[in-house]
Design a protein around this ligand. Structure first.
Ligand code: PAF
Length: 284
């Protein structure tokens, strides 16, 4: 695996690959890698000739009150993991490489970003859309791979790609879960032993709501039962939202018609750690 820190070096490597008619797959990450990230890499390797992974803890997607400095970083371990799954290029730029001094351009995707994560973290998606569009311009991949775990982020990026005409296929890879159901996340490592046990409340609640929807309960009733279920399990956990949405627009879903797919989304705080999760439910 080649580790590249500069944009110009990366561009040369990519140009060479494209001259040889090789397709380029891209997996953007913030490091602190886990099996979920590796599943994105595996998907890229299955579908593309060259796989590029970036590790960049993007400051513009963290609010001043959030965990930018605390965000877990372990480049040695990440490099080992990426080597073990056969990544071709690791792009590991500095902050100054991505945001040159005086950088003042932002990409703002409206509407989809108004509710849920966007309401709780008002500058988050502006930072995500800005860095992902910068990375897309640098890497110029044919396909980019994102985890379903961040379902609203996926919707924002798809919208941005459509609106700004990026010639890139966005591939969404199913959430990787621990054997007990917890969605893998870099933030799980913040959880104490007791909080780790309580974190199952998120996936259990989602599975309950899914079962109610599949059993034909009206959407409002399925959501209400989910909220009651969460309340019946909780010790420390605080529910921020539990909702049923159209996964493409992130507007509240109003009905569940045959062959339609809905997203059930949840966010909760367990002690000082904020976790999000979702599942997609398809009507029979
Ligand atoms: O999902 C993430 O890890 C980040 O939001 C991303 C897409 C790498 C942008 O910084």
């Amino acid at each position: 695996m080649q580790v590249v820190k500069s944009i110009s070096e990366l561009r040369n490597l990519i140009q060479d690959a494209k001259k040889g008619d090789h397709s380029v797959g891209f997996v953007p990450t913030m490091g602190a890698l886990h099996e979920g990230h590796l599943s994105l890499v595996k998907e890229s390797k299955k579908n593309c000739d060259l796989t590029v992974v970036s590790i960049f803890v993007n400051p513009t997607q963290f609010a001043p009150t959030e965990d930018l400095d605390k965000y877990p970083r372990n480049i040695e371990l990440d490099t080992e993991m990426l080597t073990s799954v056969g990544v071709d290029i690791l792009f590991f730029p500095s902050k100054e490489e991505i945001y040159p001094p005086g950088a003042s351009t932002f990409v703002n995707v409206e509407k989809i970003t108004e509710a849920f994560e966007g309401a709780i973290r008002p500058t988050h998606f502006r930072g995500v859309a800005t860095v992902v569009s910068a990375l897309f311009n640098i890497v110029q991949p044919d396909r980019a791979f994102f985890g379903q775990k961040d379902l609203q982020q996926v919707a924002v990026i798809k919208q941005m790609v459509r609106d700004l005409h990026f010639p890139i296929e966005i591939e969404v890879v199913e959430t990787t879960r621990e054997s007990d159901g917890l969605a893998m996340s870099s933030r799980n490592r913040y959880l104490s032993h007791e909080e780790r046990a309580e974190s199952l409340i998120l996936s259990k609640t989602l599975f309950q709501v899914r079962d109610h929807l599949l059993a034909g309960l009206p959407l409002a009733e399925a959501k209400l039962r989910g909220i009651k279920f969460f309340g019946s399990l909780k010790k420390k956990a605080v529910l921020e939202y539990l909702d049923i949405v159209d996964p493409e627009t992130f507007q509240f879903a109003e009905s569940f018609k045959p062959s339609e797919e809905l997203g059930v989304v949840i966010a909760a705080r367990i002690g000082a750690t904020r976790l999000i999760d979702n599942i997609l439910v398809k009507a029979k």
